[in-house]
Write a new protein. Sequence first.
Length: 223
Amino acid sequence: MELHINSRDPKLATFDPGKICNLACSTCDDYSSTRWQAVKNLPIVSNAFNTTIDDLDFTGIEHVVIGGGEPILHKSTHALLKKFKNTDMRFHIHFNGTVKPSLEFLETCSYYKRLTICFSIDGVGEHFEYLRWPAKWPKVVSNIKWIVENAPENIEFAVNITISHLNKDTHKLVEDWAKTILPDTHEITYNRAYTTFNDFDRVDKLRGTNWRKTFDSINTDAQ
């Protein structure tokens, strides 16, 4: 568990609850995911920091981004939200969509003036399942629908798309999908994955997947 203060904006911090994650995403690795550690037959190291929420100094912080691992799988994520409820703190929480939060978790979210749940969606259908392996697209869509239907009115929604060689020409499909399932006020954000086709070959050897078969329309001449 760790709190990273943004040097350019000291009112913004990123809270990293640990490495517990149920996915081995194509653009991630064992440094952020216990699932990747298992795929690589490495010792499972879920959290290198033996810290409690009360030991972290949030002085002056107004906006916290909760990353991972997968935040919903970490008890410290809910503990942090409980600690600051009924304050002006703003939260931005990343979800991979594979796990539904408890109703208690959503109720805790209702105590904030501004709280965003951001779903990490890099593709749709089988493209998503490759990029966010071994997540299943129908299950993720069902979970997101449930969250939207059961979320308190104060919660805002966003989708973050990690752009790589494989989805740089298809990310609009994610944008179109988001319009069908999220409120009109949702936000789309992007971040860049520093990966190459060779990286995806390495991923396939470890996971038993096949990016060429999944993305058969991708032009591989750039390799």
